[in-house]
Design a protein around this ligand. Structure first.
Ligand code: HEC
Length: 148
C-alpha cells in the first residue's frame, strides 16, 4: 500500500513539474515569437519539450487503456483526494480518525452506499461517474484504511 501511495505521489510531482516547465518555458517563448525578437523558435522549443510531455501522456493513456480496475490508492489520488485530502466542503479528511470513526461505525455497506449515491456535499461516486463499482469500493476501503 505504502509503495503504491508513493509512486502515485511521484507521478503527481512529475506532472506538476511538467506543467511548470510548460508554463515557464513554452509560454514566454511563444510570447517572444509573437514579439518578433525570436531568440529561439518556439517550434524548436516545443520539439525539445514534447518528448517529456509525451511520456506523461502515454502513462495516462496506458493507465486507462489497460482496462484493469484502478486500485483504491489510485482512485483516491485521482478523484477523492480533491476533497478528502484537505476537507473541502467539510469532507472528512483522509486519516482523520475522529472524523471517520462515527462514519466507519455505520458499517461498510452504508459507507459504500453513501459513496455510490452521494451524501450531502459528497457527489455520487465522488463525481466520477466512470468509476466501476469495484473501483469505488476499493477507494472507500482505502479511505477507511487511512483512518484506522
Ligand atoms: C466534491 C468533494 C468530494 C469528492 C470529490 C469526494 N468526496 Fe467523499 N465526501 C465529501 C463530503 C463533503 C462528505 C461528507 C458528506 C456528509 O456527511 O454530509 C464525504 C463523505 C464521504 C464518505 C462518508 C460517507 C458517510 O456515510 O458518512 C465516504 C465513504 C466518501 N466520502 C468516500 C469518497 C470516495 C471513495 C471518493 C472518491 C471516489 C470521494 N468520497 C470523493 C466530499 C467529496
Amino acid at each position: 500500500m505504502a509503495e503504491k501511495y508513493n509512486s502515485s505521489k511521484a507521478i503527481m510531482n512529475i506532472t506538476i513539474i511538467v506543467a511548470i516547465v510548460l508554463v515557464v518555458v513554452i509560454w514566454p517563448l511563444s510570447m517572444l515569437g509573437k514579439g518578433g525578437a525570436r531568440a529561439v523558435s518556439s517550434d524548436e522549443a516545443d520539439g525539445r519539450i514534447q518528448p517529456v510531455a509525451r511520456v506523461e501522456m502515454q502513462k495516462a493513456v496506458v493507465a486507462v487503456a489497460s482496462g484493469k480496475p484502478r486500485d483504491g490508492a489510485t482512485v483516491y489520488g485521482a478523484v477523492c483526494m480533491a476533497c478528502h485530502a484537505s476537507g473541502v466542503a467539510n469532507a472528512p479528511k483522509a486519516g482523520d480518525k475522529a472524523a471517520w470513526a462515527p462514519r466507519i461505525a455505520q458499517g461498510a455497506a452504508t459507507l459504500l452506499k453513501n459513496a455510490t449515491n452521494g451524501k450531502g456535499a459528497m457527489p455520487p461516486r465522488g463525481g466520477a461517474a466512470d468509476l466501476s463499482d469495484a473501483e469505488l469500493k476499493a477507494a472507500v476501503e482505502h479511505l477507511v484504511g487511512l483512518a484506522k
